[in-house]
Design a binder for this molecule. Structure first.
Ligand SMILES: [Cu+2]
Length: 379
């Protein structure tokens, strides 16, 4: 059981850590997954993650006395080149270990197909060692996008299902994420063990099909995401998220990315675009999801130079085909659409304007947050 007084000293540490950190929104988010299926999530390369999941429920401890129990899972992971995530999950009040109640899972994940890299689907493998169950566990996951809906499926092979049970088991599950906007999604899933009778503690437990349903949110102008959800599973390890029981739990998961390049800054910045014209205006892109000059005025044949001075990925995009809202883009009738592509921290993009008129452009990751600005080119 969690004694809040004992843990209270952690609160300022966590709050302070969350204030310090800024990282790319892309690839880190609960918006890409369901509460109980991590799927192919491997984060953003060069980023350390500290995600915390808490699920609460109430139990009777005596006549007229109830107690709130909390089962937290802490994820620490590092995202490496090649879409690899290495890390561990630490959970307490777990069902997986009937005696210690604590559960540690060490895992490595490789997303060998990724829609972010142009593949039609996301496919990933996860290999894990669950110390509480003394079990080598394995997952194959598939995610298929259909417009704003992504369908998820997993198959799991569990070396030894929970402690004290010698049997190898398997589990299958499926879920869906429905994106309403860039920053809001609904998600849910179900996972079942092949055999839901497991030995836990001093007896046999008949488990339920595990399920979850949640509201997944990006927190505006921060790199954090949060999931508010309900589930009948306690922990988010491969085993823990396969175990449902008769108890509905209310929980949240909060994600904290630490961008290593921010502290060790070894990456070379890149300059792209066309530099035919004189640079007549400079615009920077900041951590508050804004172009620092909302309107710049230049003459035909001159160029604008954009610099990403933030720790996030931004774009300079004047292409109606890439906008979710038509009012984010406008181009003079003779002008060609343009797009900088992803501009990482420090990157520079230059564009020369050869047609007079008004150009309205936006940032692809932050269009929904209102990251839109204008260039007015006089004749
Ligand atoms: Cu942006």
């Amino acid at each position: 059981m969690i004694n809040l007084r004992e843990r209270a000293h952690l609160v300022p540490v966590v709050l302070f850590a969350s204030l310090l950190t800024v990282g790319p929104l892309a690839g880190q988010s609960v918006l890409d997954r369901t509460p109980n299926l991590s799927g192919g999530w491997t984060g953003e390369e060069g980023t350390v993650y500290f995600n915390f999941l808490h699920r609460f429920w109430r139990v009777d401890v005596a006549d007229d006395e109830k107690k709130i129990i909390n089962s937290p899972t802490f994820l620490v992971g590092v995202s490496l080149p090649g879409r690899v995530l290495l890390g561990l999950n630490y959970a307490s009040n777990s069902l997986v270990d009937g005696e210690e109640f604590n559960e540690t899972e060490f895992y490595g994940r490789w997303a060998f197909l990724a829609t972010s890299a142009g593949a039609p689907v996301d496919v990933a493998v996860t290999a894990a060692f669950n110390e509480a169950a003394s079990s080598g566990d394995f997952e194959l996951s598939l995610a298929v996008p259909f417009g704003p809906v992504t369908l998820h499926g997993v198959g799991r092979l569990l070396g030894q299902v929970a402690e004290l049970d010698d049997e190898t088991g398997w589990a299958v599950g499926g879920g869906a994420v429905i994106r309403l906007t860039d920053g809001v999604a609904f998600a849910g899933d179900v996972v079942t063990l092949g055999d839901r009778d497991i030995a836990v503690g001093d007896g046999t437990h008949e488990l339920d099909v595990a399920w979850s349903a949640g509201l997944q949110l990006a927190i505006p102008a921060t790199p954090h995401t949060i999931s508010f959800h309900v589930s009948n599973a306690r922990t988010s390890t491969l085993q823990g998220s396969s175990f449902g029981d008769g108890q509905t739990r209310y929980g949240f998961e909060f994600t904290i990315p630490f961008t290593l390049s921010r502290y060790f800054g070894s990456r070379q910045s890149r300059s792209t675009g066309d530099i035919a014209g004189d640079v007549a205006a400079e615009v920077t892109m900041n951590d508050q999801l804004r172009y620092t000059s909302e309107t710049v005025r230049i003459r035909t044949g001159q160029a604008v130079r954009w610099t990403n001075t933030s720790s996030l990925i931004h774009t300079v995009t004047a292409d109606p085909a890439k906008a979710s809202n038509p009012s984010s883009v406008s181009l003079p009738s003779n002008a060609q659409p343009f797009d900088s592509g992803d501009l990482r921290p420090g990157d520079v993009f230059t564009h020369t304007f050869s047609e007079p008129g008004t150009y309205r452009y936006f940032c692809i990751p932050h269009e929904g947050a209102g990251m839109v600005a204008t260039v007015i080119v006089s004749g």
